[in-house]
Structure formats: structure tokens, C-alpha cells
Design a binder for this molecule. Structure first.
Ligand code: COA
Length: 168
């Protein structure tokens, strides 16, 4: 029997958007097993704890039988190797993502040449979505229901309830 092809989808997921979920669904359809891994990213100051971010992903993707949700605090390639993942997947939304993503993929290849980065094109509906834009829209009283799943919207509204501007 061929060895199952395991892919790792690493990210900060702060907050989880339909864009991330789109990549998770595509990854789950494409690979035998998908590990979605929340980074304890030292370069960012996340709004949500690692546990909250894991929980948010579990609430929306926990039903996918070949998907596991975990957290990691090492180099992405080291984590990929430790779980037997030969592929790291990342969404490539626009030209603005390209330079950053290419740089990361090349660095990752220098660090561990046995791990390949595969870029997945997002759906047109999520092309422009990012976590910070969603937060911005929410704080200014805008409707974010098209960009994040209901469980994440609830978490965001709870977190920022004193700061959301009313536009009524
Ligand atoms: N849909 C919607 N938004 C998306 C998206 C998609 N498909 N893909 C990325 N984004 C957005 C996120 O919402 C986030 O937006 P924000 O900047 O407004 O908050 C941004 O793009 C990036 O988020 P994310 O995908 O979570 O990735 P990241 O760049 O924060 O995380 C890691 C990158 C975790 C993969 C990287 O930091 C890493 O590998 N860390 C581990 C340490 C390491 O190995 N370092 C060396 C790397 S070479």
C-alpha cells in the first residue's frame, strides 16, 4: 500500500476566515491527510490564544475525517518532518502575497529540501479577505458575516465588544 501523503497547513489563523477554510477544504480534498497547525508565532501579537484559535478551526473543520488540528512552536519544516508531512500548503491570494510566500518557501527549502511547498489558489470569493481587514470592518461596525464563519464572528464580537462602533 502506498504511504499516505500528509500535508501541513501552517498559519497564525488569527482570526480564522472563510479564506483559510477554503484552503483547508481544498487541502483535505487533495491530500490523504491534512494537519492544520496553529503557529505560536513570536513575530505577531495575536488577538486570540493558541487554544482559542485551535478551537475556532475545530468548530468549522473538525468534521473533516482526514483533517487534524494542532499547535506548534518550532520551525515549520521541523514540525512537518516530525509529523511525516512531505508537503506544506499555503494559499496564494494575490501578487502581494507572492513575494512573502516565495521567500518563505525558498527559506524552508534551504532548511529542509525534502519538504515541498504547494500553493493553492483561493476561491474568488475569498481572494481579498485577510484577518486584519476583517477586524477593521468589525470595529467600524461593518458586516463581517461573509468573511468569517459564525463561530469566529461570535469570538470576535465577544473580544471587541467595547470597541465596536455602532453605525445605526
Ligand atoms: N485566506 C484569507 N486570509 C489569508 C489566507 C487565505 N487563504 N492566507 C493568508 N491569509 C491572511 C491571514 O488572514 C493573515 O492576515 P493578517 O496579516 O491580516 O493577519 C495573513 O494572511 C497571514 O496569515 P497566515 O496564513 O495565518 O500566515 P502567517 O503569515 O501569519 O504565518 C507561518 C506564517 C506561521 C507559516 C510562518 O510564520 C511560519 O512558518 N512560522 C513558524 C516559524 C518558521 O518556520 N519560520 C521560518 C519561516 S521561513
Amino acid at each position: 500500500m502506498p504511504t499516505p501523503l500528509i500535508a501541513l497547513y501552517p498559519g497564525t489563523f488569527d482570526a480564522l476566515t472563510y479564506g483559510h477554510l477554503d484552503i483547508i477544504n481544498r487541502g483535505a480534498r487533495t491530500f490523504d491527510k491534512l494537519i492544520v497547525a496553529v503557529a505560536k508565532n513570536i513575530a505577531k501579537t495575536p488577538m486570540f490564544t493558541v487554544e482559542e484559535r485551535e478551537e475556532a478551526i475545530r468548530a468549522e473543520a473538525g468534521h473533516l475525517v482526514n483533517v487534524e488540528i494542532r499547535a506548534f512552536s518550532t520551525l515549520t519544516v521541523a514540525y512537518a518532518t516530525s509529523i511525516g508531512a512531505k508537503v506544506v500548503i499555503r494559499g496564494l491570494r494575490a501578487a502581494s502575497d507572492f513575494e512573502y510566500e516565495l521567500q518563505m518557501s525558498m527559506m524552508n527549502r534551504q532548511l529542509e529540501s525534502r519538504v515541498e511547498t504547494v500553493f493553492l489558489a483561493p476561491s474568488p470569493q475569498t481572494f481579498f479577505v485577510s484577518s486584519s481587514l476583517v477586524k477593521d470592518v468589525l470595529l467600524q461596525g461593518g458586516d463581517i458575516s461573509k468573511f468569517v464563519p459564525p463561530s469566529t464572528e461570535t469570538m470576535l464580537r465577544e473580544k471587541f465588544r467595547d470597541q465596536i462602533v455602532s453605525i445605526e
